[in-house]
Design a protein. Structure first.
Length: 240
C-alpha cells in the first residue's frame, strides 16, 4: 500500500450560483468569480515563537492506495482534496430572479456587508475513489531507473463542503454536508528518492457539482465549476 500527504493551489472557473429560499428569494448570480485560500495570512497567526501551524489549516490533500499487481503499476486509491473556494468580494455580476417577491435582473456589486459573500472554506472537499497507474520513465538512465514514474489517475466521488455564506448582511458558517459529486483526472511525476519514500507533483482537472449546499434559514445553493489543481506531496510505500 502507500500513503501520501501534501498541499495544493487551485484555480476555479466562473459559475452560476442559484440561491433559493422559497419564502424569501430565488435568484441566480451569474458567472461568479472565486479564488482559493492556501492558508492563513501572517497577520492571522498568533505572535508566539512556539506557535506551530496545524497541518490541516492550509489546502491539503492525502492519498491512501492499494496496489493491484506485484509490479506495483496499478492501484485503487482514496483521494481527498481539502480545497478552499472563496468568492471574490466587490465583483460586479448579473443577478436575476426574485428577492422578497420583487423581480430583479441587473448587474450588482457583490459587497459582503450588504448583499453576498459565498465560500467553501473549511473545504470544498473532494472525496474520490481513483484508479491509478504508473509508468517507468527514462529507465535506461541510472538516476531514473526504477525511480522516476509517470502517474495517471481518474476517479469519481462526492463533495463534502462546509459552506460559509453571508447573505443580505447576515452570516452563517454551516456544518459539513454531502452536497453533490465530483469527477476528475490527475497526472504528473513520482520520484522515489529512497526505496519506500517518494515525492509527487501532479496537475488535476476536476468537475464539481454542488447540487444542495447549505446556506441559512433553510436556504440552499447549487452551482458547478471546473477546478484546476497543482498538488505537491510526499509519500511512503509499505507492506502489511
Amino acid at each position: 500500500m502507500y500513503f501520501s500527504w501534501g498541499y495544493n493551489r487551485d484555480i476555479y472557473s466562473p459559475s452560476n450560483v442559484h440561491f433559493v429560499n422559497l419564502e424569501k428569494y430565488d435568484f441566480t448570480v451569474h458567472q461568479l468569480k472565486a479564488t482559493d485560500r492556501p492558508s492563513f495570512s501572517w497577520n492571522d497567526l498568533k505572535q508566539n515563537v512556539n506557535y506551530i501551524i496545524e497541518p490541516t489549516i492550509p489546502q491539503y490533500q492525502y492519498r491512501i492506495g492499494y496496489f493491484l499487481n506485484k509490479q506495483k503499476t496499478k492501484s485503487i486509491e482514496i483521494n481527498f482534496d481539502h480545497t478552499k473556494y472563496v468568492s471574490v468580494d466587490n465583483q460586479i455580476a448579473r443577478v436575476s430572479g426574485t428577492i422578497n417577491g420583487v423581480a430583479i435582473d441587473r448587474e450588482m456589486i457583490l459587497r459582503p456587508d450588504s448583499f453576498l459573500h459565498f465560500e467553501h472554506t473549511n473545504g470544498a472537499n473532494f472525496m474520490m475513489i481513483n484508479h491509478a497507474q504508473q509508468f517507468a520513465l527514462l529507465s535506461k538512465y541510472k538516476f531514473a531507473k526504477n525511480k522516476l514514474k509517470l502517474v495517471a489517475k481518474a476517479g469519481v466521488g462526492i463533495v463534502i463542503p462546509k459552506t460559509d455564506v453571508t447573505l443580505f448582511g447576515k452570516r452563517l458558517d454551516n456544518k459539513f454536508h454531502i452536497a453533490g459529486y465530483v469527477t476528475g483526472i490527475e497526472t504528473g511525476l513520482r520520484y522515489f528518492f529512497t526505496k519506500k519514500f517518494y515525492l509527487e507533483y501532479t496537475g488535476k482537472i476536476a468537475f464539481a457539482n454542488y447540487v444542495n449546499a447549505l446556506t441559512m434559514e433553510g436556504g440552499r445553493a447549487n452551482h458547478s465549476f471546473f477546478a484546476f489543481e497543482r498538488l505537491g506531496s510526499i509519500g511512503y510505500c509499505f507492506n502489511f
